[in-house]
Ligand binder design. Structure first.
Ligand SMILES: *[C@@H]1O[C@H](CO)[C@@H](O)[C@H](O)[C@H]1NC(C)=O
Length: 435
């Protein structure tokens, strides 16, 4: 029965395609005068039909995967479906993603570069460019020791930045923003990459770091409501994650820490790139424009601690406990189209608001009879903060968005149970005054 439905869907899709082709190519333009107009019209028609067909193919493939996971045995013998899947599976062989490593004056960049080279599946697919600020010679020597496995570029602008009063102590942040602006221009406009993964010199990475970015590349480029893919889960502490490394999500919160962007996003941001605090700036509504990032359940990056501009205390209290994934997930062999907004949002809302609501107290007391997912509602900022703190989650907001939040919802594990910390179902959007 299911098999039949499927064959029917495939047949219908093929038939409609044939019909479109027939109409497009067999209708000849009549008068000579009208020819160019007709030609233009036909071209437009062809374009819109192509778009339509591509979308139907996507949908078909999505359905197919759903059937497959629901009825693995029944579908197994359907050879035509297997070959259809093969045909429409994304081809990653021509994808090139630049890897931009930011370095300054820490020779420990070696730890990061060793891992990048160890896990990089192909030098052609993932060319590494290390951009060094600061002109620190011991660090330069470390980077140069890798020879032609990577390309070293050096930030030419080493001029001092003059700041007054309170701003003085933020000089490090000004230098970082200036370096970012320059190096991203280099990688996108001179090296001409279509996509770049940004890595900082203090990151450990997971074995499937490159696999993850390669697999999400087509989605980032085809879904305009996405603007980044990040390796980082802000609530990635061992105590609040499920050990299901294949899980991926959409997030309204820009996570950073090992992240991929496209050239078109950089063209949009470059002319207005800020002088300092670029990460908070990028999270503002004027930049984010309601776009989301993809992030994993288990982080594919983890900072090994830095001395310098970042807060050492934050590392000791939080970053240290982030779990770094150690199991390779073959993402490029998996169907990730569920991450596209059109496929994701309806299922997401249905899932979150379909699970039983509980109070923080009930959850903590362990008085819930079942082990299914539950939802805790927060009506305002203070309840969110109090609840997040009690459950070991990050409790801050940037431009009104909680870390890892999607449509206001923060998803995490509590004593082996999936829990959603969620706003009421009639949520109207983020309030940028929440901080
Ligand atoms: C980067 O390039 C953009 C566009 O050409 C330009 O507006 C911007 O000033 C450049 N930024 C830096 C830091 O060179």
């Amino acid at each position: 029965m299911r098999k039949r439905t499927f064959v029917l869907i495939v047949t219908l899709a093929l038939l409609s395609w044939a019909a479109v082709t027939y109409h497009l190519f067999l209708q000849r333009p009549q008068g000579k005068a009208q020819r160019s107009v007709r030609f233009q019209e036909q071209l437009e028609l062809l374009e819109s039909e192509l778009k339509y067909q591509l979308k139907s193919n996507d949908e078909l493939l999505f359905l197919l995967h759903q059937f497959r996971s629901k009825y693995p045995d029944k579908i197994k013998n359907l050879k035509s479906l297997a070959s259809l899947e093969q045909k429409y599976a994304p081809d990653f062989s021509n994808v090139v993603i630049g890897v931009l490593v930011f370095a300054c004056n820490r020779v420990t960049v070696k730890r990061n570069l060793d891992q990048l080279l160890k896990f990089r599946p192909s030098a052609e697919q993932f060319p590494i460019v290390v951009s060094q600020d600061c002109g620190h010679e011991p660090t330069t020597r470390v980077i140069q020791s890798y020879g032609d496995q990577l390309t070293l570029i050096q930030h030419p602008d080493q001029s001092d930045i003059t700041l007054s009063g309170k701003e003085k102590k933020f000089k490090g942040y000004y230098k970082i923003a200036r370096h970012y602006g320059w190096a991203l221009n280099e990688t996108f406009f001179r090296f001409n990459f279509k996509s770049v993964i940004i890595v900082e010199d203090d990151l450990d990475i997971a074995p499937d770091f490159f696999e993850y970015f390669l697999a999400t590349y087509p989605i980032l480029h085809s879904d305009p409501t996405l603007w980044c893919v990040s390796a980082w889960n802000d609530n990635g502490k061992d105590s609040v994650v499920a050990y299901e490394p294949e899980l991926l999500y959409r997030s309204d919160f820009f996570p950073g820490l090992g992240w991929m962007l496209t050239k078109s996003l950089w063209m949009e941001l470059a002319p207005k790139w800020p002088k300092a605090f670029w990460d908070d700036w990028i999270r503002q509504p004027a930049q984010r424009k309601e776009r989301a990032c993809i992030r994993p359940e288990i982080s594919r990056s983890k900072t090994f601690g830095k001395v310098g501009v970042s807060n050492g205390l934050f590392y000791e209290k939080h970053l240290k406990f982030i779990r770094l994934n150690d199991r390779f997930v073959p993402f490029t062999k998996m169907d990730l189209s569920y991450l596209k907004k059109d496929n994701y949002d309806v299922a997401f809302v249905k899932q979150i608001y379909g699970v039983p609501p509980v109070t923080l107290h009930q959850l903590q007391r362990g008085s819930i009879e079942h082990s299914e997912p539950v939802r805790i509602t927060y009506e305002n900022k203070d309840i969110f903060k109090k609840t997040a703190k009690a459950l070991g989650l990050m409790d801050d907001f940037k431009s009104g968005v909680p870390r890892t939040g999607y449509r206001g919802v923060v998803s995490f594990m509590y004593k082996g149970r999936r829990v959603y910390l969620a706003p009421p179902a009639d949520w109207k959007g983020y309030d940028p005054t929440w901080s």
